[in-house]
Design a protein around this ligand. Structure first.
Ligand code: ADP
Ligand code: MG
Length: 348
């Protein structure tokens, strides 16, 4: 999902506004008391979105060129914006393309989440995402698609990998990795930082976050969760709450940033793969904290499809995974509900 970061510096605080569901910030001028090494902040673009990475490297080595290289390799595998990426070649049925490691890891995590959510997570939802005007070069919202035309070639059981080849039950199948790819790439950058002796870092890619150690204040990282207010220009800065966390990942999915209104009705970019229609329930946003960002990102999107009760039920069965849901009650008032284990991240 395309996101944008705007950075302003004022009174020593670097506040990073993400055009996504999550905000984080830190005191720019502070240095770590133990070894006097300043935190480095890198920003840039990848996967049709932006990244913002803060880390402390003991020898003060700036790792941005390594980060850029990894993100480029990642894009050449999983970016649907790159015409020659593995994913784009698979989607146009290039018979010479083999699945690479990034594709396979993304695929396995997505298929596992698909099984555990009864198909609410489904990376074969691509033709529907395109038909509803949210990706693959189609932004036309003027006519509603005939959903039944697409359903025969949507379904996670219709694809498998055999000997590094993606086998499709129908050549019209399009794989859409965008619900999970940004989270996965945050994990890969976190791994790169760890391999380069960084013990304190926060990686944010397109709003999906992996973090470790402490922030420059010597505290856990602080991440804000947006209020779920319809805002397709991403200008709203109101926070629902702020969580404190470390050594884990946090991601959010919602229908209040990426949607359009046609004939007075709101259409979300998250599609129910069973019906073929954009989600339309009382659940407005799903934030997940999990050991890794690929896991968090694999579940935030299908939880939006499942709705409050089923999402909570599925979440309780996932080890180490906690969720925080914002929903509208019958009078349209915004309420929150979260799993027991989420409490420890919330303000006391
Ligand atoms: P965001 O892009 O808002 O950070 P998500 O992680 O929720 O959030 O990803 C949403 C994207 O996932 C959509 O734009 C679409 O490309 C894709 N998608 C939509 N519905 C589904 C679904 N049911 N299963 C898997 N992917 C989906
Ligand atoms: Mg997701």
């Amino acid at each position: 999902m395309k996101k944008r970061a705007i950075t302003t510096i004022g009174s020593g605080i670097l506040f990073i506004l993400l055009a996504s569901a999550i905000y984080f910030w830190y005191e720019n001028k502070k240095i770590d008391a133990l070894n006097n090494v300043q935190y480095i902040h890198n920003q840039g673009e990848a996967q049709g979105t932006t990244y913002s990475i803060i880390y402390q490297q003991p020898d003060a080595i700036d790792l941005q060129s390594k980060i850029q290289k990894l993100l480029h390799e990642f894009d050449m595998s999983l970016s649907t914006y790159e015409t020659n990426s593995t994913i784009s070649r698979i989607n146009r049925n290039d018979s010479t393309v083999k699945t690479d490691l990034y594709f396979e890891e993304m695929f396995n995590a997505a298929q596992d989440a698909a099984k555990r959510t009864n198909g609410a997570m489904d990376i074969t939802v691509g033709p529907l995402v395109k038909a509803w005007g949210f990706a693959f070069g189609n932004k036309d919202h003027s006519k509603l698609p005939i959903v039944s035309d697409f359903l025969p070639y949507v379904g996670y059981q219709k694809v498998k990998i055999v000997n590094h080849k993606l086998i499709k039950a129908d050549p019209r199948i399009l794989i859409d990795p965008n619900s999970i790819a940004q989270g996965y790439s945050a994990d890969l950058i976190a791994k790169l930082l760890a391999e380069n002796n960084c013990k304190n870092y926060l990686v944010e890619i397109g709003g999906e976050i992996a973090c470790k150690g402490l922030n420059p204040d010597g505290q856990k990282w602080k991440v804000g969760i947006d209020k779920a207010i319809d805002d397709s220009t991403s200008s709203n800065k109101e926070l629902q709450t702020i969580v404190s966390l470390t050594d884990c990942a946090i991601t959010t999915a919602g229908d209040y940033r990426k949607f359009y209104i046609e004939g007075g009705k709101k259409y979300s970019h998250i599609i129910n793969p069973h019906t073929g229609y954009p989600v339309d329930n009382k659940l407005l946003s799903v934030t997940i904290i999990a050991p890794t960002a690929i896991i968090a990102d694999a579940y935030d999107t299908p939880f939006m499809v499942l709705g409050v009760d089923s999402a909570l039920k599925v979440c309780k069965k996932l080890p180490g995974v906690e969720c925080y849901l914002i929903y509208a009650d019958k009078d349209g008032k915004h309420k929150v509900v979260y799993t027991e284990g989420f409490k420890k991240y919330l303000p006391k």
